[in-house]
Design a binder for this molecule. Structure first.
Ligand code: MLT
Ligand code: MN
Ligand code: ZN
Length: 313
């Protein structure tokens, strides 16, 4: 199976249009060693022909342009994107659906909570019904404490996508600010995905938003061959110290990398598999390839995703 990181940044991208933090201004002026990144999305395929887009970012058109596999040109109108799956209803993961309105109704896989957000508070699906429409498929999730059986019961195959199995796992993160559940997320507002190649049994664990590691999440992480996981913030108070927000990383649904119980400790505890941080906020010092924080990651064998990164499992 092949995974292409279409966009490795969090909401806002890198650089963010209105941001003059050290990273955004340093990148614009060429004074830091860093590359731009678009907003959060990956594409997955077992045959390099039929791709599942996991999350549809506002930067989807630029991402398709940069990824020839997604534009195979077999017919006057054509796309390599065979289906879309969503891990949540955050703007950075769903707004791109509007950009795909000229095509056919895409199969859209999401939980009932996400569907509710996209039908009521941010009624993208209603708007799209006047263009291409969407063909909705429900993703079931076990609750936050779901056991292995409950997890396997939620496994989903996508018609036409041979060889791949998608298993959603409810994770603690955050429903978007516009959601009726923004104050208290429920199982289904945010999922991690285990994406398994049935022939080789290789497993990717993908979770761009994750603020707490429940035991069943940790178990899934241990089983995976590669983790593509929440790399939003380095520090718990990154946005507060920068003066950009009153919310901590955890308040925003993201486990910071540093500190006690942070992502670095979690990744060290789950062993030696390939570990890649994605959904990186533009304030995160790890974007600067010469930063001491990036050196810490390198020393611990933790990679930092970039746009166009390919992972073969
Ligand atoms: C988040 O995951 O917290 C987002 O990147 C926020 C957003 O998309 O605005
Ligand atoms: Mn996000
Ligand atoms: Zn910035």
């Amino acid at each position: 199976m092949k995974i292409i990181v279409l966009g490795a940044a969090a909401g806002g991208g890198f650089p963010q249009w209105n941001c003059n933090c050290n990273n955004c201004s340093g990148l614009r002026r060429g004074t830091i060693a860093a590359v731009p990144r678009t907003q959060s999305s990956i594409a997955v395929s077992s045959n390099s022909r039929d791709w599942v887009l996991v999350n549809a970012s506002p930067d989807i058109l630029a991402q398709i342009k940069a990824t020839p596999e997604l534009q195979p040109a077999r017919a006057p109108r054509d796309s390599g994107i065979a289906a879309v799956m969503l891990t949540d209803s955050q703007i950075d993961h769903v707004a791109g659906l509007l950009m795909l309105r000229e095509g056919k109704a895409l199969p859209l896989y999401c939980t009932d909570s996400v569907w509710q957000d996209l039908s009521i508070e941010f009624p993208l699906t209603k708007v799209l019904s006047h263009y291409c429409g969407v063909s909705r498929h429900s993703l079931a999730v076990a609750d936050f404490t779901g056991n292995r059986n409950a997890r396997d019961g939620a496994a989903t195959a996508i018609p036409g996508i041979s060889d791949l199995r998608f298993t959603p796992i409810a994770v603690k993160s955050k429903a978007p600010p516009y959601s009726s559940r923004s104050a208290g997320p429920e199982p289904g507002d945010n999922i991690a995905l285990i994406i398994e190649h049935l022939k080789t049994r290789k497993m990717l664990f993908y979770a761009p938003g994750l603020s707490e590691i429940h035991p069943q999440v940790e178990a899934a992480m241990r089983e995976a061959d590669c983790l593509l996981i929440d790399g939003t913030f380095w520090a718990a108070d990154e946005m507060i110290r920068a003066g950009f927000s009153k919310k901590s990383a955890r308040d925003m649904g993201h486990l910071p990398q540093s500190g006690a119980g942070g992502m670095i400790e979690v990744l060290e505890a789950v062993g030696t598999k390939r570990k890649v941080l994605v959904h990186i906020n533009n304030t995160n010092p790890i974007l600067d390839e010469n930063s001491p924080e990036r050196a810490i990651l390198a020393q611990k064998g933790i990679e930092v995703a970039y746009d166009g990164m390919e992972i073969i499992l």
